[in-house]
Design a protein around this ligand. Structure first.
Ligand code: UDP
Ligand code: MG
Length: 317
């Protein structure tokens, strides 16, 4: 019998834990020919999420729990969950039921039809602020202009992935994983599964602007070196501009126009402009160097504090 593994990251989700597990279990039970496991990752929640998960997992060994020692972030939680997958196929889904579990059987059908990845593509996004939609839109545009792989718009982490690709993903050594980009990068036969994204079942978003910016940064820096090359373009433009200024001053001197004595303005403009360009370039460089530094430290991506129904390797991957 084939087995489906569900990966659910959870951070402060006490309002949805029960509903989430219940709906997932109902859907999975209705799929007669498949065995299943649900891997819940508690990403250092400060509320009752973990104790609620413990209760559910203790009464059903197919619910597995992995608890981090603190909040390591959504991408780390999914990464950790993927390492525990024992099924033939994995489905990554948010805990807040924005991505309806009832779609899983359809996604599995596409997998049975021969697709290796079935990714959810949001047709509509209910209950999300204009600001979020606008920034998300900008982010995808920027990412696709800058990066070399094609990362589809309106695609989140909700997707079904064949086991062999999960293994490939687990073998990638990098930290700061930007999963939705990496799935595209890995390739294979992919199917865009359109669906309507619902409103959060309960609770508030766990993705404040700061976390969104970090995700965007990982996406752009992780998938492109174009920003680095932009430094060169900026340099060339500014050198060009400085030549123009120089030419202007020479001409002004020879033909005696302009007011060279009070050249304070032009000097100030030049200084501020060039230091701006330099600082900007330095910032871009430092984003890359910072990430190189992160990778070389080889620190684990997350620390697992506790597991239920999973053998605790007490490792920190
Ligand atoms: N999440 C997590 N760690 C975090 C932030 C979020 O595991 O640091 C989980 C969260 O519990 C949810 C999923 O990631 O299951 C998506 O988060 P959320 O629904 O808040 O994001 P949004 O849908 O608003 O983008
Ligand atoms: Mg959500």
């Amino acid at each position: 019998m084939k087995k489906i593994s569900i990966v659910v990251p959870m951070y402060n989700e006490e309002e949805v834990v029960e509903a989430c597990c219940e709906r997932l279990i109902n859907v999975l039970k209705s799929m007669d020919n498949y065995d299943y496991e649900i891997i819940c990752i508690n990403d250092g929640s400060k509320d009752k999420t973990l104790s609620m998960l413990e209760e559910i997992a203790n009464s059903d060994s197919r619910i597995k729990v992995l608890a981090f020692s603190r909040n390591f972030g959504h991408q780390c939680a999914v990464t950790a969950g993927l390492k525990e997958v024992t099924g033939d196929v994995a489905v990554i889904i948010d805990a807040d039921l924005q991505d309806p579990p009832e779609l899983i059987p359809d996604m599995v059908k596409h997998w049975e039809d021969g697709y290796d990845v079935v990714y959810g593509k949001r047709k509509t996004r209910e209950g999300e602020s204009k600001f979020k939609l606008m920034t998300a839109n900008m982010f995808y545009k920027m990412l696709n202009t800058l990066s070399d792989v094609d990362i589809p718009k309106d695609v989140g982490d909700f997707r079904l992935v064949d086991r062999k690709i999960v293994d490939q993903m687990n073998a990638l050594p990098e930290h700061n994983k930007f999963l939705r980009g990496l799935w595209s990068w890995l390739g294979y036969k992919q199917y865009a599964f359109e669906y309507e994204r619902k409103e959060r079942f309960a609770g508030k978003t766990k993705y404040p602007l700061k976390k969104m910016l970090k995700l965007a940064g990982d996406g752009i820096i992780g998938f492109s070196t174009k920003p680095l090359k932009m430094c060169a373009a900026l340099g060339i433009i500014s050198i060009g501009l400085s030549f123009i200024v120089l030419l202007y001053s020479i001409l002004a001197y020879i033909f005696n126009f302009g007011n060279l004595v009070s050249g304070w303005t032009s000097i100030m403009v030049a200084i501020t402009f060039f230091s701006g360009v330099q600082l900007l370039s330095l910032w871009i460089l430092s984003e890359y160097v910072g990430r190189i530094y992160d990778e070389t430290k080889q620190r684990p991506q997350y620390i697992v504090n506790k597991t239920i129904n999973i053998k605790n390797k007490n490792e920190a991957e």
